[in-house]
Write a protein that binds this ligand. Structure first.
Ligand code: MG
Length: 399
């Protein structure tokens, strides 16, 4: 990766990397950045990736984006920013326990949701439907687009010029159709290879984080109840243990105790199961990890089944709850109407997007125009999308 000889960053990185397992990603085995850059002075390369993510505009906007609940529903609910921080915390713990690269796991975790639309899944589905005849919209692909192209901050390159390994972790899923256009980063979806262990664990840290905070937020919002959750294995076991030991504990503290123990159970199981698999398979290096037939970071069968039961419950009881559906239906309309208005008249877009519309229209016609509109809408926060909708489509709206 073109590291400087004998400089401070090398000794710091070597110190941190000295304790890594042979199959972890290290700077020495990194495939590097698209645009060559001198090494950072006091940081490792993956720490630099993390810092670039934290300083980018898309990261700041995560504070006003949601997953299930629309942002203005209440100040106590998770946003995509707090979610990303929770994922980073869980991912770092797992990485450290398995002697994997903690800095890389952290960089992937903080960047993994950068491409999400406003209004969570509802916004993403709506934008994907709007883009159906123009190549579709995938949020993982959009996260990569944000870090590769859309963030314009650095003098010498577009995007954040992150390392291959951070980008690999961001692109969790991708259709083969899109993968073919992505070059090296899309290759594994065609070859059916695995990403690094750090990418695999961050993907599961994401799942651990959102299932558990959806339980917490769902209870707080009164959309699901403890009575319902008592039929769910992962919840029931810690709940009964706490009730036996702390009979007088109030509701919120009980819920917090249960959720914390659920997260702990999942993390411990993931670390222990993955550790045994890694010992058994003993991949020599990250390339041997990539050519495995399946991921090596996994839950045990028992915990995976319990986790699936929790996911099924959340899908039917929470995500399809009529109050969530009302928010989703409204969000879908806002996205569809904004998309339609900008497609009909791209001059409604702020001036800085006009040149890009002209350029992409020249290259790809309507699909080019649609991509600029999708990028603009995907970048919006929940409240900005509502304000734009009001400005553009409500005759009595704000000017
Ligand atoms: Mg996520």
């Amino acid at each position: 990766m073109g590291r400087g000889q004998g400089n401070k960053s090398e000794s710091l990185s070597q110190h941190a990397e000295g304790r890594l397992a042979g199959y972890a990603v290290s700077e020495a085995c990194s495939r590097g950045r698209l645009h060559k850059e001198p090494s950072p002075t006091y940081r490792g390369e993956f720490q630099r990736d993390r810092d670039r993510v934290i300083h980018c505009a898309a990261f700041r906007r995560l504070v006003y984006k949601t997953q299930v609940f629309v942002n203005h529903e209440g100040d106590l609910f998770r946003t995509r920013l707090t979610h990303s921080l929770e994922v980073a915390q869980i991912a770092r713990s797992i990485a450290r326990s398995l002697r994997l690269n903690e800095d890389l796991a952290e960089a992937i975790a903080l960047a993994h949701d950068l491409g999400h639309t406003p209004f969570g899944h509802a916004g993403q589905d709506a934008l994907n439907a709007c883009m159906a005849s123009y190549g579709g919209f995938e949020h993982n692909l959009q996260s990569l687009r944000v870090v590769d192209e859309l963030e314009l901050k650095y003098a010498e390159f577009p995007g954040l010029n992150l390392t291959f390994e951070t980008r690999e972790g961001i692109l969790k899923h991708c259709s083969t159709k899109h993968a073919r256009k992505l070059g090296e980063i899309g290759r594994r979806f065609i070859d059916r290879h695995q990403p690094s262990l750090e990418a695999q664990l961050t993907n599961l840290a994401d799942e651990i984080a959102y299932n558990n905070h959806d339980v917490d937020d769902g209870l707080r919002a009164g959309l699901i109840t403890i009575e319902q959750l008592r039929d769910i294995t992962l919840f029931q076991e810690p709940y009964e243990a706490i009730k036996r030991r702390f009979a007088q504990l109030d509701g919120r503290r009980t819920v917090h105790e249960v959720v914390r123990r659920m997260i702990n159970r999942l993390v411990v199981d993931l670390v222990e199961t993955s550790r045994s698999r890694l010992e058994l398979v003993a991949p020599a290096d990250v390339e041997a990890v990539r050519t495995q037939p399946g991921p090596l970071i996994t839950f045990s069968d028992e915990v995976r089944n319990a986790n699936d039961q929790l996911k099924d419950f959340l899908r039917t009881a929470l995500y399809r709850h009529f109050r969530v559906h009302r928010m989703s239906a409204k969000a879908k309309r806002v996205v569809e109407e904004l998309f339609g208005a900008f497609m009909d008249d791209p001059r409604l877009l702020p001036t800085e997007h006009h040149q890009k519309v002209a350029l992409l229209e020249q290259e790809r016609g309507q699909a080019g125009r649609a991509r600029v509109v999708a990028d603009y809408i995907a970048g919006m926060t929940d409240r900005y999308a509502l304000t734009e909708h009001d400005r553009i489509l409500n005759p009595h709206g704000v000017s």
